[in-house]
Write a protein that binds this ligand. Structure first.
Ligand code: AMP
Length: 211
């Protein structure tokens, strides 16, 4: 299966993708995670990418399409995958189609802006393994500011600041929301209410995927 999670930053795409990945035994591809790994390793490409991500802007289509294309050609993707954070523009969705990728279902996670801001401001990520926690949800770490998985320090994402969040939501509305119509016209768009508890949303997601 090839599944896309659509939704604003902070809507829970990453959390729901990780849960579904385990259930279906297929990888999640997060272009945001791939980009953050490039940033960690430094170099010229990192400098270019950083100028977009740290300001809440989208990385240009041609760069992110190349990143995605290379990742889906890996052998672990042969039985399907879940896309978290790609496509984010109609041009990216068209590129996916031109690559011959057939998407089975697009799950649109709907959450209102106030809840999104609250979630993003309390989101913490592991400085070493990238695991995500949140002091305002069920994803609270067992020990404050320490990663449950590897024991490293939790930090705030550089783009989870009030100003950048505002820009990211604006960018989402202008550039990503048109994808709702794009996939709706293909009759593969399904919507869930992302303000519910994580387990309830993941049960709904599984239900949609199995039907
Ligand atoms: P995310 O972790 O999905 O919120 O992504 C973090 C940042 O990476 C975004 O704010 C963008 O700057 C960049 N990014 C991730 N995925 C894409 C994409 N599909 N298109 C353009 N930029 C992206």
């Amino acid at each position: 299966m090839r599944i896309i999670f659509l939704g604003a930053p902070g809507s829970g795409k990453g959390t729901q993708s990780a849960i579904l990945s385990k259930k279906l035994g297929i990888p999640t591809i997060s272009t945001g995670d791939i980009i953050r790994n490039v940033l960690k390793s430094g170099g010229k490409q990192a400098e270019v990418l950083k100028s977009y991500t740290e300001n809440g802007k989208l990385v240009p289509d041609n760069l992110v399409i190349e990143i995605l294309k290379s990742r889906i050609s890996d052998s672990d993707c042969s039985n399907g995958y879940i896309l978290d954070g790609f496509p984010r523009t109609v041009a990216q969705a068209e590129a996916l189609e031109n690559m011959g990728v057939k998407i089975d279902i697009v799950i649109d996670i709907d959450v209102d802006d106030n809840l999104i801001c609250k979630r993003m401001l309390s989101r913490l990520v592991c400085s070493k393994c990238g695991s995500v926690f949140n002091s305002a949800t069920e994803m609270r770490p067992k020990i404050e500011n320490i990663c449950d998985n590897c024991g490293s320090k939790l930090i705030q994402r550089k783009d989870d600041t009030e100003n950048t969040i505002r820009t990211r939501l604006k960018v989402y509305k202008e550039q990503t929301l048109p994808l709702r119509d794009y996939y709706s016209s293909k009759k593969i768009l399904k919507k869930i209410d992302g303000s519910k508890p994580i387990a309830q949303s993941s049960a709904e997601v599984l239900n949609l995927v199995k039907n």
